[in-house]
Unconditional design. Structure first.
Length: 254
């Protein structure tokens, strides 16, 4: 086919109506975001990993018993949700990206290492974030292992990774491979030459031991394009020859 030279009547799918079992000891409110848990039962949206958003509840269901003791109706489609605040606030620039579940009426811009996908953002206005729920597959976060970075400050060590896709850094992790000495170690995340906001992981020297885990949750400047170079730079005051293994949780863009 060729491009249009005049208007046409475009077929569309308005959404769908479904019914499913409610999880044990769960209350679902009409108008709330409906999700399936790992067992396939319906639960309200919440800050948790492993949820699959499927629509919005059409009725109220109070299941005081076992899982699937009752069922509830829900619809897939485009729905309005409350916008999160501060660094999690969604703007028009995020249209086409994924919204992340905060609770059964609120969505956020960041996955933050703790949230499941609500669906694709289709519009943002002064009051609402409009999200296509139940139509788009949830993004699967990927763990990127950078390898072992020297904790010795004098080494000024850097690890780099070239991104083969666009995405967002949701969370950073380090695991210490041997105790520090002389002072703390810092590991700073960058995209190109720009430091990721709240992207510093500090490994404390006092009582340090192999297996210690430290994390960071970026709040801004964490989005990268395909071909960008992501890096971790060592710093601080440690004099030890130990290393830390660095892992980033990244979410590919839709």
């Amino acid at each position: 086919m060729t491009a249009l030279t005049q208007g046409r009547n475009a077929p569309r799918i308005a959404g769908g109506s479904f019914n499913g079992p409610v999880a044990a000891a769960t209350t679902c409110f009409e108008g709330g975001l409906a999700c399936r848990d790992a067992a396939g039962n319906l639960v309200p949206g919440s800050t948790a990993l492993g949820l699959t958003a499927v629509g919005v509840f059409m009725d109220r269901a109070v299941n005081a018993g076992a899982a699937a003791a009752l069922t509830v109706d829900y619809d897939a489609g485009v729905f309005a949700f409350e916008n999160a605040a501060a660094a999690d606030a969604i703007t028009k620039a995020d249209i086409g990206e994924l919204a992340w579940i905060v609770d059964d009426q609120t969505v956020a811009k960041r996955q933050a290492g703790t949230r499941s996908a609500a669906g694709q953002i289709v519009n943002v206005d002064a009051q609402w974030v409009w999200v296509a729920v139940g139509w788009t597959p949830p993004a699967r976060a990927q763990a990127i292992t950078f390898g072992a970075l020297s904790n010795k400050a004098a080494d000024a060590a850097v690890l780099r990774w070239v991104a083969p896709f666009a995405g967002t850094i949701s969370k950073g992790f380090t695991v210490l491979n041997a105790a520090l000495a002389g002072g703390d170690a810092t590991l700073t995340l960058k995209i190109g030459a720009t430091a990721v906001t709240d992207g510093v992981m500090t490994v404390t020297q006092a009582s340090s031991a192999a297996g210690d885990v430290d994390t960071c949750v970026p709040s801004a400047a964490a989005t990268f394009a395909a071909g960008d170079v992501l890096s971790v730079t060592g710093g601080g005051a440690s004099t030890a020859t130990s290393t830390s293994t660095v892992v980033l949780l990244v979410t590919p863009h839709a």
